[in-house]
Design a protein around this ligand. Structure first.
Ligand SMILES: [Cu+2]
Length: 93
């Protein structure tokens, strides 16, 4: 009996945390370097909640439309996701 109660409770908790994880959380960052030709942008970013990644400086992919809105030294708020296995800036606030 208790096992079933515990199981259903943990299922609820799991479902709640999964739906939280799928929410889109914008992350603050500063553009360190733009490589428009290569479609790469280096961002000094705060923790990426959705990707469970701590704050760091790293390279993201970005398409031309997003690249056009970025400039070195700018502070941004962005969404990132894995696209074909590569971390990509998918949206800007
Ligand atoms: Cu990172």
């Amino acid at each position: 009996m208790n096992i079933f109660k515990t199981l259903s409770l943990s299922t609820l908790v799991l479902a709640a945390s999964l739906s939280f994880a799928s929410a889109e959380t914008f992350t603050k960052g500063t553009i360190k370097k733009l490589d428009t030709k290569a479609g790469k942008v280096t961002i000094i970013h705060e923790a990426l909640i959705d990707l469970d990644m701590p704050a760091m400086t790293m390279v993201f992919r970005a398409d031309e439309e997003i690249m056009a809105k970025l400039a070195e030294g700018n502070d941004v708020e962005f969404l990132a996701d894995r696209v074909n296995g590569k971390l990509t800036v998918t949206a800007l606030k």
